[in-house]
Design a protein around this ligand. Structure first.
Ligand SMILES: Nc1nc2c(ncn2[C@@H]2O[C@H](COP(=O)(O)OP(=O)(O)OP(=O)(O)O)[C@@H](O)[C@H]2O)c(=O)[nH]1
Ligand SMILES: [Mg+2]
Ligand SMILES: [Zn+2]
Length: 356
């Protein structure tokens, strides 16, 4: 039982915080299906929903539980009905993306993650610009990103790829795995262990669940076998937390088609570019036509990769609107362009009168 509590990540900090709640029981969210959560407790599991008060008081979807959250529930078993979740304990980290579709709402992917494995396959999934996007979001989550390059058996220029990736993630760890070559998953072991939680994130079909099965030592999660005919179909459909036999917890997530940015740490993930900008002659240099621009110089000399710089600008633009709804984004764009609604109307009037 001690081991189960450790595996569940019930650390000193969490146990202390839990003592603040009388008559409630500590649990951890292991999966979610619509409004119903699966919660693991010291002993056993139960289904639970959030309390009416919590639902009512939530200002954002991020205030609802997500897989990995530590929560306080009102019972130890659901034999007499679903449990009620009354509180979410302080989150150590939260990985947030922008939900797919038209509504730019944030969506939590997982909470209390120590290490987030950003998985990218070394076959046709390989894309440095997408990696930059994942890396920027991960750096803002509070979890430490580690890059996992999967399917190395399908790669012919491994050394070059590793070098490129290492340069892209500025010294963060880069691991190479293969599920075909035995024990390829051993690389991940140093990040796992008692009280630790790791999560796997990446496109569909890169081999996330395959790696997790290896770590679990069993085919717990459905994958597609070694067929590799995975074009466009998703195998994993829910986010789920598993306990590892050697200690610690692991979160599997469904492949993402695209990682929309809600929050990201662009400056840190492109620290090379931020550093260059400090060397521009003018502190408010726009790296456009100004003389003495260090970024332009680095681009010309090939020190800074143009595609990387363009992606930096793109991601920066995208994260500028973080956390806003579509109406707010429109207002912000108007403000950026004209300085405000009033100014926009004035500008339109002027254009109209000129065209007359
Ligand atoms: N050649 C090769 N194939 C692999 C490797 N790892 C996984 N695969 C295959 O890739 C396919 C997809 O693996 P999954 O583990 O289901 O991928 P996933 O990332 O969990 O995909 P989603 O659940 O859809 O997000 C399966 O057919 C695996 O057998 C590898 O290292 N090399
Ligand atoms: Mg999967
Ligand atoms: Zn400049």
């Amino acid at each position: 039982m001690e081991k189960r509590m450790e595996n569940l990540g019930f650390t000193e900090r969490i146990l202390m915080e839990a003592t603040l709640y009388d008559d409630l029981f500590l649990g951890r969210i292991i999966s979610q299906s619509k409004d119903l959560y699966r919660v693991a407790l010291k002993e056993g599991e139960l289904f639970a929903e959030v309390s009416g008060k919590m639902r009512h008081q939530a200002n954002s979807v991020l205030e609802f539980p997500v897989v990995g959250d530590f929560v306080m529930v009102d019972r130890e078993s659901d034999e007499r009905g679903n449990g009620i979740i009354h509180a979410i304990l302080g989150r150590k980290s939260l990985f947030v993306r922008k939900a797919a579709g038209k509504s730019p709402k944030p969506q939590a992917v997982g909470a209390n993650i120590d290490t987030v494995f950003l998985c990218m396959a070394l076959n046709n999934d390989y894309n440095l610009r997408r990696l930059e996007r994942y890396f920027a979001v991960a750096l803002d989550s509070g979890a430490v990103p580690v890059i996992v390059l999967t399917k190395s058996d399908l790669c012919k220029d491994l050394e070059d790829k590793i070098r490129e990736v290492e340069k892209t993630v500025l010294g963060y760890d880069v691991l190479v795995t293969s599920a075909v070559i035995d024990h390829g998953h051993d690389m991940l072991k140093p990040y796992l262990g008692k009280g630790k939680t790791v999560a796997f994130i990446g496109s569909s079909g890169v081999g996330k669940s395959t790696l997790i099965n290896r770590l679990l030592g069993d085919e717990v999660i459905e994958t597609k076998g070694l067929r590799n005919d995975d074009k466009g179909r998703h195998t994993t459909t829910i986010r789920e937390l598993f306990l590892l036999p050697d200690g610690g917890a692991v979160i599997d997530t469904p492949g993402m088609r695209e990682l929309g940015i809600d929050h990201a740490n662009i400056e840190e993930s492109f620290e090379d570019i931020s550093d260059l900008a400090l060397q521009c002659r003018f502190h408010d240099c726009r790296h456009d036509k100004e003389p003495g621009c260090a970024i332009k110089k680095a681009l010309e000399e090939g020190i800074l990769d143009r595609a990387r710089y363009e992606n930096y600008l793109k991601l920066k633009e995208e994260s500028k609107y973080q956390g806003l709804n579509s109406r707010q984004i429109e207002e912000r764009k108007i403000k950026d362009m004209f300085g405000g609604k009033k100014e926009m109307k004035k500008a339109f009037k002027e254009i109209k009168s000129k065209n007359r």
